[in-house]
Ligand binder design. Structure first.
Ligand SMILES: Cc1cc2nc3c(=O)[nH]c(=O)nc-3n(C[C@H](O)[C@H](O)[C@H](O)COP(=O)(O)OP(=O)(O)OC[C@H]3O[C@@H](n4cnc5c(N)ncnc54)[C@H](O)[C@@H]3O)c2cc1C
Length: 441
């Protein structure tokens, strides 16, 4: 029987759930509090350009994202520039290359083998050690969770590999510093990327702003399939009775649906569920989560600027990564990323810009003069992915028969693996899984 389903929240998770339900001919009505869908991954306007509210990176392992885009008939070869995996890490103090791992386009696991054998910063002995010990690290199940830094220290990998590659990758993937991050979650991310076909390690750099990569396509698909989308429509409260959700109040109007999906950020979900005795425990569970910020500093230069590789790792400085925006059409703009809590949060903006510009000048030859800059700090960009965090992540199903949850923070059971950290892929998988669970019930 086809049902009318209300979805609250038009981030990537809510949109994915809506697309999946529309694909199965259900009627969907989506409410988004902001003027545009996309949530934490959307386009913003600045100096006549459309950039993103935060620089994002996708990889070939984002199979749910690629599948959803294909389902909607999108041309993923046009949406992304697919680059072979290269982690080129530069020292911002000396300008020297700290580490360079470049995976050739060979079938797995030959790409890893050849990539490691070609690392210029390691001796032959270190390369052999790395191959043996990284394989062991990746494939030894972790029965108890521990901080990533302890896990890596016990593995006795070459120190430069740990410091200049794995630790920065952990911070980027989990938005959590290695001494606080979950080894089980990081191991799972590495397994899903490296114990997989070679193209899963590719970097997918969007050729357009994030709104055009998924939210706009999803919105079009939903409308074409008879769904409705209301922006500037904030759900204020839920009316609950007899183990069921009776209605949701939007702009002071109660609205009734057979099923409702809450695809709001965790803090909003917790607030909406806190006042009812049947849902209070979910709210208390979510309130145990902690959050990490991500800052993106856009630097606009007087002339075009290019990097030795479109994404460059930065070590021994304030920032961690710098991206060329030329692939998305802005050849005089760089996006500099700083993840999780750090010294950068204490600095006045002008000083931050000045220090980062100087670090980049040490690293990039012929860096042009700066024209303008824009700093965006998302205070709750992701949840902190610390050891055993999954116990605080709610499931899709709630105690109410017609209310389900989705979002990057929702735990989804996948062959006993730990949940993915806060990522676009995690948000999309949870949205699709939530819709499928609703379809099967
Ligand atoms: C700066 C930054 C950088 C990131 N970098 C990466 C990266 O490189 N790679 C990666 O994979 N992930 C990255 N992430 C994480 C990724 O963006 C998120 O995991 C993902 O966007 C979360 O999607 P979501 O749908 O779960 O939540 P959200 O995007 O938060 O969506 C929730 C939606 O609900 C709406 N809403 C809130 N309250 C209400 C209400 N009362 N009524 C109606 N609507 C409401 C919100 O406006 C929002 O649109 C980054 C995030 C940030 C912020």
């Amino acid at each position: 029987m086809k049902q009318h389903i209300g979805i609250v929240g038009g981030g990537w998770a809510g949109l994915a759930a809506a697309v999946e339900l529309c694909k199965n001919s259900h009627k969907v009505t989506l409410f988004e509090s902001s003027p545009q869908p996309g949530g934490r991954a959307r386009g913003i306007e600045w100096n006549g350009m459309t950039l993103d509210n935060g620089q994002h990176l996708m990889i070939g392992a984002y199979q749910q994202m690629l599948q959803l885009l294909a389902d909607m008939g999108a041309d993923t070869d046009k949406l992304f520039k697919r680059l072979p995996h290269r982690m080129l890490m530069c020292d911002t103090q000396t300008g020297a290359t700290a580490f360079d791992l470049c995976l050739p386009t060979f079938p797995a696991p030959l790409h890893l083998l050849m990539g490691v054998l070609n690392i210029p910063q390691l001796s032959i002995k270190e390369k052999i050690l790395l191959l043996i010990r990284f394989n062991r690290l990746l494939n030894t199940p972790l029965t108890t969770d521990l901080p990533v830094s302890e896990w890596l220290a016990a593995a006795k990998l070459p120190a430069t590999y740990t410091r200049y590659l794995l630790e920065p990758v952990c911070l980027a993937a989990l938005t959590t510093h290695p001494h606080q991050a979950s080894a089980r979650a990081f191991q799972s991310v590495l397994q899903q990327t490296f114990n997989a076909p070679a193209h899963f390690t590719d970097l997918l750099i969007p050729t357009t702003d994030l709104s055009q990569v998924f939210p706009a396509l999803a919105a079009k698909y939903i409308l074409q399939h008879g769904g409705e989308i209301y922006t500037r429509s904030k759900v204020q409260s839920l009316q609950i009775g007899d183990s069921r959700l009776k209605s949701i109040t939007i702009n002071n109007e109660p609205q009734v649906f057979e099923q409702v999906i809450l695809a709001t950020p965790p803090t909003v979900t917790a607030t909406l569920l806190q006042d009812n005795r049947q849902t209070k425990s979910i709210s208390e569970q979510i309130n145990q989560l902690q959050y990490e910020p991500v800052a993106t500093l856009y630097l606009q230069f007087k002339q075009a600027v290019s990097l030795p590789y479109p994404m460059l790792g930065l070590v021994n400085g304030l920032a961690e990564w710098v991206f060329e925006r030329a692939i998305a059409g802005h050849n005089n703009v760089l996006a500099v990323v700083m993840s999780a809590r750090g010294d950068y949060l204490q600095l006045p903006q002008a000083e931050l810009v000045d220090r980062i510009y100087r670090e980049l000048r040490n690293t990039i030859a012929n860096l042009p003069d700066l024209l303008d800059s824009k700093l965006i700090i998302e205070k709750r960009a992701t949840f902190q992915c610390h050891p055993n965090v999954d116990q605080y992540r709610p499931a899709i199903d709630t105690s109410l028969s017609n209310l389900k949850l989705c979002g990057d923070y929702v735990y989804i059971e996948e062959n006993n693996h730990p949940g993915l950290p806060s990522t676009l892929e995690g948000a999309l998988r949870s949205g699709v899984k939530c819709a499928q669970s609703l379809l099967s019930s």
